[in-house]
Design a protein around this ligand. Sequence first.
Ligand SMILES: Cc1cc2nc3c(=O)[nH]c(=O)nc-3n(C[C@H](O)[C@H](O)[C@H](O)COP(=O)(O)OP(=O)(O)OC[C@H]3O[C@@H](n4cnc5c(N)ncnc54)[C@H](O)[C@@H]3O)c2cc1C
Length: 541
Amino acid sequence: MRARKFWGWGYEDELLTLEEENNIDKSIAKTFVLDSVERIEIPKIDDINLPESSLKSPNSLKAIVSNDKLERLNHSYGKSFPDSARSILGQFPAPPDFVAFPNSEEDITNLLDWASSNDIAVIPYGGGSSVCGGVETNVGGDYNGVVSLDMKNLNSIIEIDRDSRTALIQGGILGPDLEGQLKEYDLTMRHYPQSFEFSTLGGWIATRSGGHYATLYTHIDDFVESIKMITPSGLFESRRLPGSGAGPSPDRFAIGSEGIMGVITEASMRLQDRPTYRSSCTVEFTDYENALSALKHISQAGLFPANCRLLDSNEALFNGAGDGSKHLLIIAFESADHDKSHSLKRALEIVEEYEGIFEEPKESKDAHRSGSSGSWRSSFIRAPYLRESFTRRGIIQDTFETAITWDKSHKFIENIKNQAAKAILEITGKPSLITCRITHSYPDGLAPYFTFGAFSTPQSMIEIWKEIKLATNEICIANQGTVTHHHAVGRDHRPKGYDDQRPDLFNKVLVAAKSSLDPKGIMNPGVLIDPEGKNISNWMA
Ligand SMILES: Cc1cc2nc3c(=O)[nH]c(=O)nc-3n(C[C@H](O)[C@H](O)[C@H](O)COP(=O)(O)OP(=O)(O)OC[C@H]3O[C@@H](n4cnc5c(N)ncnc54)[C@H](O)[C@@H]3O)c2cc1C
C-alpha cells in the first residue's frame, strides 16, 4: 500500500527530481529578483504534534474508525495552497478526532445517528482533493468533536444497464478505478478533472466538478441520472429517469451540496462508448480578441468539440505549448460512432475567418497526445506536483476560475487580470504575471481559469494567500462573474464571494432545507452556509 503525502499531491514517493528542484529555485530567483531561495524541508510525521483526540468512539463504530496519526493528518485538510502550506509548516491545530471508513450504508447511518445525538461534526471525505476548504476539520467550538468520514471502501460499480448505457456506482470510487472497471465493459464516463487520480465520484457530484469535455457535458451534473444520499434524517433517493418535468429536481438539489446535506453513497451515471474516431488541431492567433471571437463562433455553431481550450500566449509558454508569441486554441473532436473530420473542417473554416493559423489537422486515435496539445496535456498532469515545490519555497502558485457571458467576455478577462495583478502588487510589493486559459465554453459564455505566482516567504505565505484569495473572490463578483465555475464553494469562496453572490432568499431556502435534513447541523458545518443556531469558525473570515 503506497501512502499519500499528507503535505502535498500524490504518493509519498512521487517527488520532483533534483534537476526539477534546482530549476524551480532558478526560476523563482529570476522572477522575483532574489539572491537565494529558502527551501523548507519535507515535513516528517514524527515531528508533528497533534492534539490528542477528545472523543471516544462507541463500541458499535469501533470496527470502522481509526485514530492513526497519518490518517488524522491526511484528513485534516484538502489540497489547496494553504492546506499544503499549513501541512508543510506542521500546523495542525484541529485535526479530526478520528477518521471513519464505513463499509456499508448501514455504517453511515449508524455514524450519523451517533454524531447527531452527541453534537459531533461529520465531514464527508472522498479523495480529499478539495481546493476550497471543503474537507477541513477546523469547524469551531460549538461541537463536541469532529469526524472525517472517508468513503474509500464504498468503491464498486454495482450494476450496468447496457440498454440505457448507464451504471449504478458507489460514491467512494476513485477516478482510475471507475474508468478501469468500466473499460472491462468497453464503456467510459469520460469525466476527467485534473485531479482525476485522487478524486471520487461522490466528491465530483458533491462539488459539481468540471471535466475533460470543454463543451456540452462540461460538469458532472450532465452525467447524473439519479442519486442516493444518506442524511441524518434518513434516505434521500431520486428515481432513475432520462429527464423529468416533475417539479424542482431532487438530483439538482443534491448535486453541489458539498457534504452539508448528507453523504452521497450511490449514483446512477450516464456513460459513453469509448471513442475511436479522433480529429484535432491547434490554431495560433496573434490577436486575443480574434481568438475569443472564433471560440464564441465555434461554441454557437452546434459543433460541440470535446476539447476547445484557449490558452493565452503566456499560459501556452508556461505549459510548454508555444513560444509565448501566440495564443493557442486546441480543438479536438471525438466519437465512438462516426468520423468527426467534417466537424473539425467546419471549425477550421470558422477560425480562418478570425485569422487563425494552423497546420494540417491530425486524424488518429492518439492525435490528442502529440504536438502542442500533447505538450499541454503532459504539463496539465504534472502541474500539481510542481505547485507544492513552490509552496516549499514560500512562493504562492495558485489558480482561480470563474464564468461570464459572451457579451462581457473580453473586457471581463482584461479587468480580472489587471485588477488581480494590481491587488497582488499591493499585497506583496512585487509584480505578478497572471495567465488565462478558457477551460469550458458554452453557447452563451465561457469559463476563464487564471493562474498566478505571487511573492511571499514561508513565514508570510499563509496570510498573504488569504489576502489574495479575498481579493480575487471580490474581483470575480464585482465584475459580475461567479466566484467559482467548478472548484466549488467550500469555506474559502464564501467571504467576499459566495456569501454575496447567493440570493438572500436562496440562503434561507438552503438553511431551512439543511434544518430539515440535518436538524443538529452536524454535516460539514461552515461549508456553503452556516447551519441554524451554530457558531461556526471560518479561518478565512
Ligand atoms: C491538482 C488539482 C486539480 C483539480 N482539478 C479540478 C478539475 O479539473 N475540475 C474540478 O472540477 N475540480 C478540480 N479540482 C478540485 C477537486 O478535485 C474537485 O472539487 C473534486 O470534485 C473533489 O472530489 P474529491 O473526491 O476529492 O472530494 P473531496 O475533496 O474529498 O470533497 C470535496 C467536497 O465534497 C464533499 N464530499 C466528498 N465526497 C462526498 C460524498 N460521497 N457525499 C457527500 N459529500 C461529499 C466533501 O465534504 C467536500 O465538501 C482539482 C483539485 C486539485 C488539487
